[in-house]
Design a protein around this ligand. Structure first.
Ligand code: AMP
Length: 250
């Protein structure tokens, strides 16, 4: 069985984003970039499924800049992915465009399962997995906190408002990862060294012949408003009075 894991290279989650002076977007010049955290969870799950047995190959794919080969794709291979595909572009492609490219990769690679992150932490779209499922006509189990893979079906426990829902899907299927699915392993230095010899196929967007032109125009990106300084109240009675004044307490 083959698992395909799409990963996105994003601003590292520890870095405080800086908005460009003209408000056109987030400044990515000279800042640390890493694998989207939900995608690390996706790789970890795919590698665990391989370690357990039913899966024989884990293929990772990213659509992004050339540098991804030596950072996120190397990390993914060091974590246990067998090989990588880089679809190189300097453009920021919207989720529908990404889903169309991934659908072509699926056509070529014929995986039994695609595991994506539930969302990329830069655009917070939470769209690509669902769109890919729709384009392929495949079943989907989103926001997975548990994945149990059988011969021709996969059981996915989903984190939904107020509880858990378990769905039983026919393979091939799409799964998107939630935070509690697993704790991803670190890519150790020896594994990073070994991963350098695992193959990376280099492609361009043009190789796939799909329309990835943008449909949205970003009008403005702004920093969140600065928090106002708080005030100190003398005692609990004063606090309750204040809350009443704000309509928070009766
Ligand atoms: P989004 O719909 O943008 O929130 O992204 C959801 C998931 O789609 C991510 O966690 C990745 O697994 C995948 N994805 C999004 N953008 C890319 C990309 N440029 N290359 C590969 N995978 C991507």
């Amino acid at each position: 069985m083959k698992v395909l894991v799409p990963v996105k290279r994003v601003l590292d989650y520890n870095v405080k984003p800086r908005v460009k002076a003209d408000g056109s977007g987030v400044d990515l010049a000279n800042v640390k970039m890493s694998m989207n955290p939900f995608d690390e969870i996706a790789i970890e799950e795919a590698v665990r499924l391989k370690e357990k047995g039913p899966v024989t190959e884990v293929v990772v794919v990213t659509i992004g800049v050339a540098k991804a080969e030596s950072d996120v794709l190397l990390t993914a291979r060091a974590m246990g992915a067998d090989r990588a595909i880089l679809i190189q572009t300097d453009d920021e492609i919207e989720p529908l465009g990404v889903a169309k490219l991934l659908a072509k990769v699926v056509e070529e690679e014929q995986p039994n399962l695609v595991i994506l992150g539930k969302q990329a932490i830069d655009d917070d779209s939470n769209q690509t997995g669902q769109m890919l499922a729709a384009l392929l006509g495949w079943s989907q189990g989103t926001f997975a906190s548990k994945v149990e893979l059988g011969d021709d079906r996969v059981k996915v426990t989903r984190e939904i408002d107020g509880g858990l829902e378990t769905v039983d899907l026919k393979l091939p299927a799409i799964v998107t990862t939630d935070l509690r699915l697993n704790e991803p392993r670190y890519a150790t230095l020896p594994n990073i060294m070994k991963a350098k010899s695992k193959p990376v196929a280099k492609k361009t967007v043009a190789d796939y012949g799909v329309d990835v032109s943008p449909r949205l125009t970003t009008l403005k990106v702004a920093e969140p408003p600065k928090r106002q300084a708080g005030i100190k109240v003398a005692d609990v009675d004063a606090l309750v009075e204040k809350l009443k004044g704000m309509g928070v307490a009766k």
